[in-house]
Design a binder for this molecule. Sequence first.
Ligand SMILES: Cc1ncc(COP(=O)(O)O)c(C=O)c1O
Ligand SMILES: C[C@@H](O)[C@H](N)C(=O)O
Length: 392
Amino acid sequence: MTASVKKSADAEPAYSSAANDLRSDTFTTPTKEMLESVIHASIGDAVYNEDLDTIALETTVARLAGKEAGLFCVSGTLSNQIGLRTHLFQPPYSILCDYRAHVYTHEAAGLAILSQAMVTPVIPSNGDYMTLEDIKAHYVPDDGDIHGAPTRVLSLENTLHGIVYPLEELIRIKGWCLDNDIKLHCDGARIWNAVVESGVSLKQYGEIFDSISICLSKSMGAPMGSVLVGNSKFVKKCNHFRKQQGGGIRQSGMMCRMALCAVNGDWKTKMKHSHKLAHDLADFCKKHDIPLESPADTNFVFLDLQKAKMNPDVLVKKGLKYGTKLMGGRVSFHYQVTNETLENVKLAVLETFEYAKEHPFDTNGPTKIYRSESTDFDIHGNPISDIKTYKY
Ligand SMILES: Cc1ncc(COP(=O)(O)O)c(C=O)c1O
Ligand SMILES: C[C@@H](O)[C@H](N)C(=O)O
């Protein structure tokens, strides 16, 4: 099936904005309001806790989460790593998480290296999110058995692969953690999405989790950063580990001022827009029997490439053919994505699905969730000549 690319007359050329970028919500670009706010940013040294906009962001986000304190981190990775490290005391110890968790799969073995922690990755029995039963079946009890590394922290992600963690399950897990003296951390890279889709407030999540890494650089659209929230004693120690790991930056007010534009802005509308687009694509896939890997609760649509025998490289090329940027089976929506891009990515996905019927692709080894190098050849080494290739 081929169709003409739908582009508005004033469409910006590809690669000049995030309007056509579905690779990740990390590609959101700062708004004019954010950039103009920088000129008014405070310029204190944040290492000495003297930067007013940094303090404003930390206290604002902590208050929203109902926590005593917050710490600005330049990335979600740093925020997760120092948060988890701070919950850990005397090795040997372990952290239990979902086998897809970013802290396990995409933070460069930070838990092993920076925290000397063993990780227990768990495949949820329901295929979507870990239940308390999954956790009980895999955690390492602190029962004196010298063979084990007791579970000290449970690290959950909300959303995980775009899936909203059911509140009642979180409450069950929290009760068990309290009974077993296990800390509960949330990788909240997309917690704002979870809040909007579930109706659960950030404060309610704050009552459940001992710490939350709250990202500002994904669907919120700030250029960088996260705020790690928890009680004052915890955040004070996090600050120590942040300095140790080189995260004690100086005039962070400029970044925090831009992030405050997002936090004080209408972020709920932003999230709803991206969820609407994702739900629309998910419905389209359902209509065309294109399998999905997980429910499209929020801003992500995870195509089940293996089940559909779809080649991620072909998908990337088809995406580019229709003026959209993809990098694999995860189609990531955010508030800057346009309806035109949605219609174009539908064409790309459907054409890839049809192409797979004639050219089935079997993933040889683990599918990279986030990254697929677009290639010029299919698995038989034949050139994929009918699709123009860009390198980006
Ligand atoms: C679920 C999740 N957690 C944490 C991170 C890390 O955030 P950052 O890229 O700012 O280090 C990401 C990636 O952006 C993510 O997708
Ligand atoms: C690639 C990964 O680290 C990033 N957090 C994303 O979701 O795109």
